[in-house]
Ligand binder design. Structure first.
Ligand SMILES: Cc1cc2nc3c(=O)[nH]c(=O)nc-3n(C[C@H](O)[C@H](O)[C@H](O)COP(=O)(O)OP(=O)(O)OC[C@H]3O[C@@H](n4cnc5c(N)ncnc54)[C@H](O)[C@@H]3O)c2cc1C
Length: 231
């Protein structure tokens, strides 16, 4: 892994994804080399505490990064009020959540927990990882909260990339995805078997713990079940 750099990150694009989620593009003062699943730490100049955000963009792009951020408390609320041109302190890349991306990969995310996996799918597309299969199981409360549904449906058209959506709080008209929380039966319906796959899960703590326990109870070896929980 490359050691983290201390950088200036300039906001160059802000786009509302939903009421509580925004997509930010940040230009970096120096290019970075990273692997999918890594994150950066951000803070406003003069602040003491950093905040972690997964890099959602493809590692092919090294001089800017895309982050998808959910508004929570003080820091993210202030970030949501900023405009293009604002400079932030950025430290990264950090983390080794997905350092082992060999073989077939299954990613299970809730809400904004998609961010590291968006980076993986874009990496698999850009670097033509055609000898591996990648599944993304993405659960959201409602369809309008899905981050980048159009792009995900395009990625799903590739032979080795598979995206399975689920919504848990509504039944949208004409919906072709799943309904409700992902469980063993739904995962097996799409995967056929849990054998010879590495599982990654990211999102709210309760969801992540529930999925990991289910996989281990179903016989997936502990070392094949990786998690990133944000609280
Ligand atoms: C490795 C990693 C990757 C991540 N990637 C992403 C990502 O890609 N996208 C994303 O959206 N998030 C991501 N997160 C989560 C993100 O770091 C936090 O959501 C963010 O830092 C919290 O910002 P804040 O505005 O709540 O910060 P602060 O305002 O500093 O709040 C920090 C904490 O203080 C508490 N707090 C502060 N104010 C209140 C209040 N009024 N009421 C109750 N509690 C309060 C809360 O516990 C809060 O989480 C990631 C986290 C990790 C560890």
């Amino acid at each position: 892994m490359n050691p983290p750099k201390h950088l200036t990150a300039t906001i160059t694009k802000i786009e509302a994804v939903s009421e509580e989620v925004k997509r930010f593009v940040l230009d970096l003062s120096e290019p970075i080399t990273f692997v999918p699943g890594q994150f950066v730490n951000l803070r406003f100049p003069g602040d003491t505490r950093y905040h972690a955000f997964s890099i959602a963009s493809s590692p092919k792009i090294q001089d800017s990064i895309e982050l998808v951020i959910k508004k929570e408390h003080e820091f993210t609320t202030k970030l949501f009020e900023q405009s293009e041109g604002v400079e932030l302190e950025c430290m990264g890349p950090m983390g080794n959540f997905m350092h082992d991306l060999d073989g077939d990969i299954v990613m299970i995310a809730g809400g904004v927990g998609i961010t590291p996996f968006l980076g993986v799918l874009r990496w698999a597309r850009d670097f033509e990882k055609k000898d591996q299969h990648f599944w993304l199981f993405l659960s959201n409360r409602t369809r309008d909260r899905i981050i980048g549904e159009e792009e995900l449906r395009e990625l799903d058209k590739m032979e080795n990339l598979h995206v399975v959506f689920s919504v848990t709080r509504e039944q949208p008209e004409g919906w072709d995805g799943e309904l409700g929380h992902f469980d063993k039966d739904v995962l097996l319906k799409h995967l056929n078997s849990f054998d010879d796959k590495t599982f990654f899960t990211c999102g709210p703590g309760r969801m992540v713990e529930g999925i990991c326990s289910m996989l281990v109870d179903a016989g997936v070896p502990e070392e094949k079940v990786k998690r990133e929980s944000w609280g």
